[in-house]
Structure formats: C-alpha cells, structure tokens
Unconditional design. Sequence first.
Length: 173
Amino acid sequence: MAARIEDYALIGDCETAALVDNRGTIDWLCWPDFSSEACFAALLGNKENGFWSICPADGDWTTTRRYRDHTLILETTFRHSAGVVKIIDFMPIRERFSDVVRIIEGVEGSVPMQMDLRLRFDYGRTVPWVTRISDGVRAVAGPNLAILHASVPVRGENLTTVADFTVTPGTRV
C-alpha cells in the first residue's frame, strides 16, 4: 500500500521527478521525462506496479527527513536499534541521461540493510527482461531501458532485484 501523500518528498532533475516516501521507497517516477510512462507506479496501484525500497532489514525504526539547503537533495535518517543510517536521494541535472542517485551512509552502529528494486514499465503493466552486468543489472522492455549500478552485490528474486548489506560508520554504499 502506498504511503499517505503528505509522507512523500520530491526529487527531480528539471525534466522529471520521483516521489520518495518516509520509509525510503520511491513509489513514483516517470522516466526519462514528465511525459513518459512511469517505471515506478506503486503510488497508483500497489508494489506490483513498481517501486525502489532501501531500508533497515529488520526491526522497527523511525525516520526524519530534510532537504539540504536550497536543493532537492533529500536526506532520510533511519534510527534503528542497531544504529543510524542516512539515505541521500537526488537526481542530478542531466547531461545525456537521467539518473536517480541513492547513497546509503552509515552514521552509528552496524545496521543490516535491504534493497528491493521492482522496475515495471508502462505504469506497471510491463515486466522488463533483466540481465546482470558487472556492477548491477540492465532492465529492458521494448524501447525502455534502465540500468542499476550498485557497489554491493545484487541478485534476482521473484522478478525483483534485491540486495542485503550492512553499513557501519563512514561506509557509503
């Protein structure tokens, strides 16, 4: 189920934008521009319509969020019993291609994290063909293409790209 509308923050590159909820999930993104069909559309349907989640792997946590001054760079801080983790989300002004950048930074303790990426093109109607590349995956469906570059190992499970990793103080993933 999608979050309440007031729980979303916006990141964008002046040509498109994504909505990030307060649990670290992108539930909406039309890509590569505002007039494109969404590849993350859980906001309108459910998780089957596409999303990208990064959060602590287990247990309860609380979050706080803020934008860096005068930017659309969003910082979400997770406070977990095992420690504190910050996710920095932004979309740089594009040169040739549009990018969504998600940096996970360890602040305190040792926090196990999980990532779930479910790309679904055409507002969730099209499941892409996903292949492994040296540092992530490539997802293709007709004219649509998305590439995930990751600094942690990723794998496929149930038509979703997932990763499990741990962050410690000073670690950036």
